[in-house]
Ligand binder design. Sequence first.
Ligand code: GDG
Length: 494
Amino acid sequence: MASEATKRLIVVSNRLPYVLDRQAADKWVLKPGSGGLVTALLPVLRKRGGIWIGWSGATEAIPDLDNMFGKASDEAGYVLKPVSLTKEEVDRYYHGYSNESVWPLFHDLLSECVFDPEYWDAYVKVNRRFAEVLAADCDDDDFVWIHDYQLMDVAHHMRDMCRSTTLAYFLHIPFPSPDIFMKLPERNAVLTSLLAYDLVGFQTRRDRRNFIQCVRMLVQNTSVRPEGHLHVIRSDDHETFVGNFPIGIDADSFAASAIEPEVEERVAMIRSRYADRQIVLGLDRLDYTKGIPERLRAFANLLERFPEVRGRIHLFQVVVPSREEIPKYEELRVEIERLVGNINGRYAEVGWVPVHYFYRSLPSVELLAIYRASSIALITPLKDGMNLVAKEFCACSPDEDSVLILSQFAGAAAQLGRAALVVNPYDVEQTADAIYNAFRMTQSERRYRMRKLRRNIRTQNVFWWVDSFMRAAFKELRDFPMLEEYIPEHYEHR
Ligand code: GDG
């Protein structure tokens, strides 16, 4: 039996961290994706040796796929294992159950939910396919870490195959309260599936509490007891540890990138063009959970009630296209563009346009420059698991002369709420007041608040997140200090 300290790590997520890019009708290339999860897990995967299992992103047969993944695995330093899915499976399991049933329900937006028994059948079938690929590749000695709402049912199939491997799961999105969760037609099956894991991690204490309450109300013959900072749920003869582990970012790397010459040059250009004006930044994937229409209404309310800010403030609203195949997302885009048009039509003056709207993904230099050049970040999701943009904005504010306005319903508010200006995103007047307060805030108060935020984000970074999750999973490591294997060389441990 491998010691917990040396167990191999197998990561399972809906998508692999490499994306297939079609260059011609029959020419595909594999490109490394970016993102916090890959950055955080890379040192552990390389040190322990590991496998990453996920959907390749294609729904058709691709010539030479195995060879491409073989080469990418050599380059990555761990093995990439693609799971194949048909177009119909992607439509029902991913666009359907994951994104039209679970996503809106878990964000408390019942009116956006579509429940269809065929979606659930496809979800179970695809989760079983993931479990089969996993079972073929893992030993009972491995440590398996499964991610997010698309894969809640994998452990259940592994147990059906009599596999006793340690299976841990992390939910990146919120977990709803019992009142909301009870509406899910498959509520019992979902809870039973989650209880087949050995460890279930949530972003916040709120999510963990909701999950435990749902289990208490809906699953018979369970008991819950606290154990250190975790809870243990006993159901039949199985124990599931449950905890909250707020995900972080690689703050030092963001801070270093934000002062690179290319970014500095771009920041200087933006600052000279917008001299004597403050930029308020909104940056979101196109999604109804992000509260973009409410934010635009709050900005209009600010311009109406505080006319002195006109000509001296801009809202830069970046919307990254997402889930374009779902009609609700298209309707949302139309609504956002109508609101932007109304605000600009009503308040613009010669030489000043209040809202600058970008409907595209920004290259990373541009993103970092906008983070730095903005003096206020307006992060107002209606509900969000964590919200990494809030953390990235702070990490990219080396001058500490900026303000974070944060929704109380973002997971990040649990860590950052004391130094940010916290708002209820549904309350447009309160949000407008917060923008006005941020706009007038003295430099010393900005600095005091931003310094606190940055300290928190640096300490509770993404490596700390991996470390605390893995230590919760491995009983024999729980009392050890942060393990060096999770800390990349550039991270200075303090
Ligand atoms: C889920 C949960 C949780 C955005 N625009 C551009 C761009 N981005 C990058 C940001 C950030 C990421 O996308 C968005 O992260 P979020 O955390 O805000 O949101 P989700 O994608 O919904 O993620 C969420 C997260 O999982 C992690 O657990 O925080 O609550 O919903 O990293 O930088 N990147 C570039 N250009 C853009 O225009 N390059």
